[in-house]
Structure formats: C-alpha cells, structure tokens
Write a protein of this length. Structure first.
Length: 271
C-alpha cells in the first residue's frame, strides 16, 4: 500500500519484493552453496513453489478488478475449506469434527471482519467470484504441495527457491508488459524492502516451519488470522480505523486456533 502510494507499478513491486526476499533467505540459509539440492528438486520447487505463488497472487489481484476488497478477501479465505476437501479426498490427513468446527468458527471470524458477498447490495460479478475462488482453490492445492516439496529440505532453502521462482515470474511479466522498472522513489524501495523481509522472507520461513509441524489443514485454519493482523497494522501504520467487527472476528479466529491446539495437546497425551 505504501509503495503503491508513490506510484510504483504493481509488477515492479512484486518482482523486487520476491527477489529481495530471495536474497534475504539465501543469506539466512548460509549462502548460495547452502542451496545445493538435487536438480530435479530444484526444478520442482522453482516451478511448483515459485510458479504457484505467482499464479495465486495474479488470480487474487485480478479478482480485485471486479470485486470489492472485502468480498475478495472473504472468497479467498475459503482456502482452508479447499485444503480440508483436498486432504479428505486424497486421504492424506484426517479431517475430524473438531477441525470442521474450528473451520466454521474461522469462517465466521472472516465474515465478521470483511463481510460476505451477500452483504453487498450490488450484484457480485461472476468473473470476480470465479477468479477469487480459483485463487483460493489453487492455494488449497498449493499448501499441501509445499508440505511435500519441503520434505528432506530445510524450510529456509525451500523458502529461498519459492521466493526466487515467484520473483522470476514477476520479472518476466513486468518485462513483457513494460511495467518493470527500478526507478522507484526511496519511500517505495523502503516499503518494498520491509515487505520483502517481514511479509515475505520471514513469513515464508515461519509458514513452512508451521506447515511441517501442524500439517496442511491446521496450518490453513490458523492462517486465517492474517486479515486481523493486516487490519491492526493498517490502524497502526496507515491510521485506518479499527472497527469492533475486526476485534470480534479476531476473537473468533483465536477461538478456532485454541480449539485446534487443545486437540493437538490431547493427541500428544494419548501417545
């Protein structure tokens, strides 16, 4: 948001964001030499991890051309349901009643924070709905795919390849469309650097570590807390209002997380 206010093209913001994040992650991994993994794994992580991340961001951003931000957010944050559906269909993870209840509570939290498509008095364009749900479904496939990709590889290494792959895709798109530029204002570079380090490199690393411990379904549900923290940061950094609905939604999602954690502790005690 801060970078966009300076007039920086979105393609350039995304390209430099991911490339800078890749640089941070390569340094955190211990240098280029620490990234050495079998060539087949490298190709898979770059294509599936990086390419998937770029595709999801493209679909979600295209949906914003047709939908209000709140509606798009609600539709995109159906992805935990897609994760659960795909996990159940593949038989890779058990989806019990407690997780379904936690999923429902997290959806209620999202609805409280951003509203629902049906709360808008205007007609919701079908193309926007399809784009947003496509992004959510792709993310539903992407999360377990990342879980499989990182097996036997350090999360920081996987994160570096994912960021690099996404950065390359956005560089290509920016170059083809003529929107790629390095001539950005200092404020834009500062915002991009902060976004790259905190919102991308650190976020990727923590997400993959959590995915390895929690599994795709629980990780997806816990991740729905993101809109709450986004709104809180918006209030702190951009002086945006912090409505009571956001606090209520955050409380509901926190309840879902507590429910999942309670289940996890019971499972550990039963072993």
């Amino acid at each position: 948001m801060l970078a966009r206010r300076t007039g920086a093209p979105l393609s350039s913001i995304l390209a430099w964001r991911f490339l800078l994040a890749a640089l941070f992650l390569i340094i955190a991994a211990g240098g280029v030499g620490a990234l050495r993994i079998p060539r087949a794994q490298t190709v898979r992580v770059l294509l599936i991890g990086g390419g998937g991340q770029a595709l999801i961001s493209f679909l979600a951003l295209r949906a914003l051309d047709h939908l209000p931000a709140g509606t798009n957010a609600f539709l995109f944050y159906t992805y935990p349901a897609w994760v659960a559906i795909f996990a159940f269909a593949a038989g890779t993870e058990r989806v019990d009643a407690r997780r379904l209840v936690a999923l429902a509570i997290s959806f209620a939290g999202i609805a409280a924070m951003v509203g629902t498509p049906w709360s808008d008095t205007t007609n919701v364009p079908v193309i926007g709905v399809l784009l947003s749900l496509s992004a959510a479904a792709c993310y539903g496939l992407y999360i377990p795919a990342l879980g499989r990709l990182q097996q036997g590889i350090r999360p920081v290494v996987v994160s570096a390849y994912v960021a690099l792959g996404a950065g390359i895709v956005h560089v290509i798109v920016g170059a083809v469309t003529g929107a790629l530029t390095a001539r950005l204002e200092l404020g834009a570079w500062a915002s991009i650097a902060g976004f790259a380090f905190i919102g991308t490199a650190l976020a990727f690393l923590l997400f993959l570590r959590g995915l390895a411990v929690l599994g795709p379904v629980r990780t997806a549900i816990v991740s729905t807390i993101e809109p709450f923290f986004t709104t809180v940061l918006g209030a702190l950094v951009l002086a945006q209002p912090l409505p009571g609905s956001t606090l209520a939604g955050g409380a509901l999602i926190a309840l879902a997380v507590i429910l999942l954690q309670y289940r996890a502790r019971n499972e550990e005690r039963g072993r």
